[in-house]
Write a protein that binds this ligand. Structure first.
Ligand SMILES: Cc1cc2nc3c(=O)[nH]c(=O)nc-3n(C[C@H](O)[C@H](O)[C@H](O)COP(=O)(O)OP(=O)(O)OC[C@H]3O[C@@H](n4cnc5c(N)ncnc54)[C@H](O)[C@@H]3O)c2cc1C
Length: 469
């Protein structure tokens, strides 16, 4: 177990010299804010919050913290759902929010270079103005940072067709705990030069280095999209139709699953009018491209597949307002479900065709243990967000049974060819379940990597690795 020095007045004075006093915050309100993210109701305030403005400040800060064994927890926008940005050992919360420039958009090469504090949506808007497209679109895209997306290997609805964050990162500028600053690769579309340090950084959750610049691949913006909303009387049926769409050679640009309860909460939040019938689940299916005639053919084929698989309530969104409404329902679900009482969200992922089995298992556990569950997610990727709500369970039963429920869900994921997180990362709250999917050899290899990058264990301590394992 690494021993960390609590910050002394002398440390704080030195840190203020390194990053300038106006970038260091110690007031109670700020500490409280940077002590939590979107993960349940956890709070671990840091001793100070530091908001550097360039890589040189970060390099000098890390070098000093490394020499003095001061824990540093990197932080993007704090929208994470696995407690990754929580400074559980106190020390410094290192916020990247002031490093928020879009450095360049290179139209010739279809690339962009950004700082880690750029908000996902701001990048999308900026590149779209140039006729370009950055597909990875977490539902939190209006607030999450590109650095956080890299650290979590984030996904979103568009990823079913276009791939996740990992498929768009060409090169990263990183600062190591030693204070060294390096580029992990090259700004090229191909690279077969040694170990792939770029991909190693993607999904490393701030435990290896601080990302200070990101070179991204872009694609031309598709000109058109069509959107279907399909209502099913049976949720299992909705999950089961998903692989059938791909079997027909169709690749939607979004294929989202929502249980009725999720939609009810979202619609109520926005005070929308919505006609609920007997349906229990919905699919939101989008196709995009440049040839509108072709898209109509694709949407018709999807319509036919849905109809021949028990769905007879299908709406084609005719205009931009309807599309916006349907997407708003979907995108708001994460937030509304979380405000619905005590909950635990799991980011399960299985092989796409195995989704019905996973869904059924969650529902059978619901019956057995008496919690309430709300499922939704990126069905096209086999990625189901399972929200377990305390509902009428007693506090004692919740405390006692929840780990059993989660363990069973994760064991089911593994048995169905999946794993315990598709896009939210491991962070603090999932680390205890890592041994379900990783062996001692995995941990030896990962610890070796961690020790090489961060021998004193100052970067985001207490994350990813299970205790005593
Ligand atoms: C309502 C809602 C909807 C969401 N929908 C999705 C979704 O559809 N898909 C999805 O994938 N996720 C989703 N998320 C989760 C979350 O938004 C993503 O994980 C996002 O990428 C986190 O970005 P952030 O800037 O908030 O990072 P934080 O939460 O601040 O940090 C996340 C991790 O990244 C590390 N980190 C941050 N910046 C850096 C850096 N520059 N260098 C090194 N490490 C760094 C932190 O230490 C931490 O471990 C959702 C969250 C919410 C609240």
């Amino acid at each position: 177990m690494v021993k960390y020095s609590p910050l002394t007045t002398e440390h704080i004075t030195k840190i203020k010299e390194i990053v300038h006093y106006e970038n260091v915050f110690q007031d109670a309100e700020t500490l409280l804010h940077y002590g939590h993210d979107y993960t349940e109701d956890l709070n671990f305030p840091p001793q100070i919050v530091v908001k550097p403005i360039n890589k040189e400040q970060i390099a000098a800060l890390l070098k000093y913290c490394n020499e003095n064994k001061i824990p540093v927890t990197p932080r993007g926008a704090g929208t994470g759902l696995s407690g990754g940005s929580l400074p559980i050992y106190g020390g410094i919360a290192l916020s990247l929010e002031k490093m928020n420039r879009i450095v360049a958009i290179d139209k010739d090469n279809l690339q962009a270079t950004v700082e880690p504090g750029v908000i996902n949506e701001n990048l999308r808007i900026a590149v779209e103005a140039e006729g370009l497209f950055y597909p990875p679109d977490p539902a939190s895209k209006g607030s999450c940072f590109m650095g956080g997306n890299v650290a979590h290997r984030s996904g979103g609805p568009k990823c079913v067709k276009y791939g996740t964050t990992k498929d768009y990162i060409l090169n990263l500028e990183i600062v190591l705990p030693s204070g060294a600053i390096i580029w992990t690769g090259a700004d090229t579309l191909k690279n077969s030069t040694g170990y792939n340090l770029t991909q190693l950084m993607i999904g490393s959750e701030g435990t290896l280095a601080i990302v200070t610049k990101i070179v991204l691949r872009l694609i031309p913006k598709p000109q058109h999209d069509l959107l279907l909303w399909a209502a099913f009387e049976n949720a299992e049926q909705a999950c089961a139709v998903v692989p059938k769409i791909f079997h027909q050679g169709l690749v939607p640009s979004a294929l989202e699953f929502m249980e009725r309860k999720a939609v009810e909460l979202s619609v109520a939040k926005h005070k929308m009018s919505f006609d609920f019938g007997m349906e229990q689940a919905y699919l939101l299916i989008e196709v995009d491209g440049n040839d509108i005639t072709q898209l109509h053919k694709e949407i018709e084929s999807i319509y036919n597949i849905l109809e021949s698989n028990g769905c007879n309530n299908i709406l084609l969104a005719e205009d931009a307002t309807t599309k916006e409404k349907l997407w708003k329902i979907r995108r708001s679900i994460g937030e509304v479900v979380k405000s619905h009482g005590i909950y635990k969200e799991e980011d399960t992922v299985v092989k796409r065709a195995n989704l019905p089995q996973l869904y059924n298992k969650v529902k059978s556990l619901e019956q057995l243990f008496g919690f309430e569950s709300i499922c939704y997610g990126h069905a096209g990727d086999g990625n189901l967000h399972v929200n377990i709500l305390q509902g009428t369970m007693t506090d004692a039963a919740w405390k006692n049974d929840l780990p059993k429920v989660i363990t069973t869900i994760f064991e089911t994921c593994k048995a169905l060819g999946g794993t315990i997180s598709g896009e939210h990362g491991i962070g603090l709250v999932q680390k205890q379940y890592m041994p379900l999917v990783m062996s001692k050899i995995h941990f030896q290899l990962m610890r070796g990597i961690k020790n090489t990058f961060d021998p004193n264990g100052i970067l985001n301590p207490g994350k990813i690795f299970p205790e005593n394992y």
